[in-house]
Structure formats: structure tokens, C-alpha cells
Ligand binder design. Structure first.
Ligand SMILES: Nc1nc2c(ncn2[C@@H]2O[C@H](COP(=O)(O)OP(=O)(O)OP(=O)(O)O)[C@@H](O)[C@H]2O)c(=O)[nH]1
Ligand SMILES: [Mg+2]
Length: 373
């Protein structure tokens, strides 16, 4: 059974929750000054704490609602545009297929995935399996949903079956959401009963160290840091020592997103990695590349550059809530072959989620899946 049928039987017919989405104001880019940043982190983390007190324990239904809410922009936009397109559906009309390709490219699904979807529909039309708008809709949506199923079928929390310290290095260009993701992840694992240490490896940008300290206080994680301009590799070393001495389960290492140039950035990452593996031979256990979903093709280009120089083990795709072009996971899956392991669906500390293909696809295509039922 393909993912599409699995989702259809699992989700449709289940009680349809009223959409309780609040349209929150999204900033998208890192705030300008140091003071503004600290103020913003305080504001967001206070909001998180307030939400936290009313939050039920994480469960499947709650997770599904998070996905539905976080992917609302993309879902509403894609559903509307696909319905408009299908209203004019004329099978065997090449113009229709071209318009479908445009819609998919504009939704950031990437060239390869677009071709696969359009060609599947062309084929199904040719062999007379598609005769109506409803048939076309089913082929398009089920092809897309099944492609999501191929991107990363079985991801779980990364240290679920592991004892001892897990070291995770976060890399990515400036403003993509590295520091925020680290804080969210720390919160998530602390809630699961783990001990988390964070290392402030971004010693370059003014305010970066303080930003991590504010988050550390909020989520209850120890932060290891040095002064601005200090050696990030030394911070990493201290972070490992602290984590080991305190019996921590998880060490999350923040890194700079911007240095004088790309070569410096890559050299610095290499140096940090050398220090880590000298201390713990199989570490870093994960090197997560953080990408901002709102930047589309740019995010893909960044991933290609990092992939050339660093062993990236997974992607964290942030700001999915801030884009109406939610197709980027398919482009990443088809063109990079690096699994998306976590998605950011908002700014608060409860908004990072292990990437779940079923919930993600449902969050993106809810109404369309229900329409084809
Ligand atoms: N809406 C939304 N905003 C997010 C998400 N993740 C991060 N942000 C926001 O993105 C902005 C930048 O986040 P940071 O964590 O500071 O980014 P960074 O990669 O550490 O940036 P540098 O330290 O400059 O390299 C902040 O305003 C965050 O609140 C998300 O999933 N959704
Ligand atoms: Mg940062």
C-alpha cells in the first residue's frame, strides 16, 4: 500500500478537528541589533513558557495538529491553485500539463519531482486511466504523497537506542534558525528526561553567545561559552568536558553562520570536528544542516555547498510555517539525498518536530486527500 492510501485510511474519517490556526506575525529574518535579538528571544521564550503550561503531553493527535497548523500557508495556497487548475482540466491538452508544471515549480518541489508528477499524469491520461478532473486530482495528489513517503520513511529521535553522550553539530548560513533550533531541541529532550548541554560555538557574531544563554536559562540547559572572538574549537572542547563530567546525554553545538568568507567558515567547522572526534572517536554523531524553507532554491544551493565539504547526516528544515511553497522537501529528497530529520513549524520552543512523512503529507494535502476519498 502506498503512503497515499495509508494516509487516507488512517486520517480521513477520523474526527475532523476544527482548524484553530492563529495567523501569527512572522519575522523570518534574524533581528538586527544585539539588544533586539535578546529582547526577541526573551519574548518568544516567554510565549513558549506560557503555551507550555496549557499544553497536554505530546501525543499523536497533538503532533498531527501541529503539522496541520504549521503547514497551513502551503496547504491553503496549493489546494486553491490546484483546484483552480483542475477546474479547467482537459486531458490530452498539453497546455494543461505545462500549467501544472508551472504550479509545481512555483511550489518549490524542484525540477525532477515536477517532471515525475507531470509525466505520471501524462501517462495515466494516455492509457485512459484519467478521464475526469477527480481522476487527475487523485493521480497528482497520490503521486506527490507517495514521493513524500520515499524521502525518509522511518525517522525517529536520534539517540533513542543509544547510551552515553550524543554530540550534535549544527551548521548552516546566518539567519536560517540554528540557535533557535538548538534551543527547541534542548527543550524537547529535557522534556523527555535527558540532560542537555549547549556549546556556544558562534563566537563571531555579536550577541550570539548571549542569545544562547537566554535560551539556556529558559529551557534549563547548561551553556558553555567563551568571550566573543574566542576560539570556537576551545568552546567545543570545554563543552565535551562539561557534558562528560555532568553525565549529560546530549551536547548541542552552535556554530557561526557567517565568517569573513566561505573558506574560513568551512575551515572552522573542520577544526571543530577534529576536536570532537579526537575526544570521542565516533562523534559528532550527527551533523545537522539547518535550512530556511522560505528561501527555496537558495536553500538547495547552500546544501550542495555544505555537502561538498562537511559530512552532513541530516537536514533541519525551519520556517515551514512561514512559506506558502511547501514543496521543498521533495526537491531535497530528489536532488540531495540527505534525509530531512526535523522540521521547524513556528518560533516557540514547542515548534520543532521530528520529520514524519505521513503527518507532513497530511498537513500539506489534507483537503485534497479528503476530496479524493
Ligand atoms: N516562523 C519561524 N521562525 C523561525 C523558525 N526557526 C527560527 N525562526 C526565526 O528565525 C530567526 C533567526 O533564527 P536564529 O536561530 O537566530 O538563526 P541562526 O541560524 O542562529 O542565525 P545566525 O546566528 O545569525 O547564524 C529568528 O527570528 C527565529 O525566531 C521557524 O521554524 N519558524
Ligand atoms: Mg545563531
Amino acid at each position: 500500500m502506498g503512503l497515499f492510501d495509508k494516509i487516507k485510511s488512517a486520517f480521513t474519517g477520523s474526527d475532523k478537528q476544527k482548524d484553530t490556526v492563529r495567523d501569527e506575525k512572522l519575522s523570518g529574518a534574524a533581528p538586527a541589533s544585539k539588544e533586539e535579538q535578546v529582547e526577541k528571544v526573551t519574548e518568544i521564550s516567554e510565549k513558549s513558557t506560557a503555551e507550555n503550561t496549557t499544553l497536554e503531553p505530546k501525543n499523536d493527535k497533538k503532533e498531527t495538529e501541529h503539522y496541520e497548523k504549521g503547514l497551513k500557508k502551503s496547504r491553503v495556497s496549493f489546494t486553491r491553485r490546484l483546484n483552480e487548475l483542475l477546474a479547467n482540466f482537459r486531458y490530452e491538452d498539453e497546455e494543461f500539463f505545462e500549467e501544472l508544471e508551472d504550479l509545481l515549480i512555483e511550489s518549490d518541489v524542484g525540477f525532477e519531482a515536477t517532471m515525475h508528477i507531470a509525466d505520471t499524469l501524462r501517462y495515466e491520461s494516455k492509457v485512459q486511466n484519467v478521464k475526469s478532473m477527480k481522476d487527475a486530482e487523485r493521480v497528482i495528489v497520490s503521486t506527490m504523497v507517495d514521493m513524500y513517503g520515499e524521502t525518509n520513511p522511518d525517522h525517529h529521535y536520534f539517540n533513542e537506542n543509544k547510551d552515553g553522550l550524543t554530540v550534535v553539530l549544527f551548521v548552516g548560513v546566518n539567519g536560517v534558525g540554528k540557535t533557535t533550533t538548538i534551543a527547541k531541541m534542548a527543550h524537547e529532550y529535557i522534556e523527555k528526561g535527558q540532560k542537555v548541554v549547549m556549546a556556544a560555538g558562534d563566537t563571531f557574531r555579536a550577541g550570539a553567545i548571549e542569545q544562547l544563554h537566554v535560551w539556556g536559562d529558559r529551557v534549563g540547559a547548561e551553556v558553555v561559552s567563551t568571550k566573543q572572538g574566542g576560539d570556537p574549537a576551545a568552546v567545543v572542547y570545554d563543552g565535551i568536558e562539561t557534558a562528560r563530567n555532568s553525565g549529560a546525554d546530549l551536547l548541542l553545538i552552535d556554530t557561526a553562520g557567517r565568517l569573513q568568507n566561505k573558506k574560513n567558515l568551512m575551515n572552522e567547522l573542520e577544526k571543530m570536528k577534529r576536536v570532537i572526534s579526537r575526544e570521542i572517536p565516533d562523534a559528532p554523531h550527527e551533523t545537522l544542516l539547518v535550512l530556511d524553507a522560505t528561501t527555496g532554491q537558495n536553500a538547495l544551493n547552500q546544501a550542495k555547498i555544505f555537502k561538498e565539504t562537511t559530512d552532513v547526516t541530516g537536514i533541519v528544515l525551519t520556517k515551514m510555517d512561514g512559506t506558502a511553497k511547501g514543496g521543498i522537501v521533495l526537491a531535497i529528497g530528489k536532488e540531495l539525498g540527505i534525509p530531512v530529520k526535523f522540521v521547524g513549524l513556528g518560533e516557540t520552543m514547542n515548534d520543532l518536530h521530528p520529520f514524519d512523512t505521513e503527518k507532513f503529507a497530511y498537513g500539506l494535502f489534507k483537503e485534497l486527500i479528503e476530496q479524493t476519498a
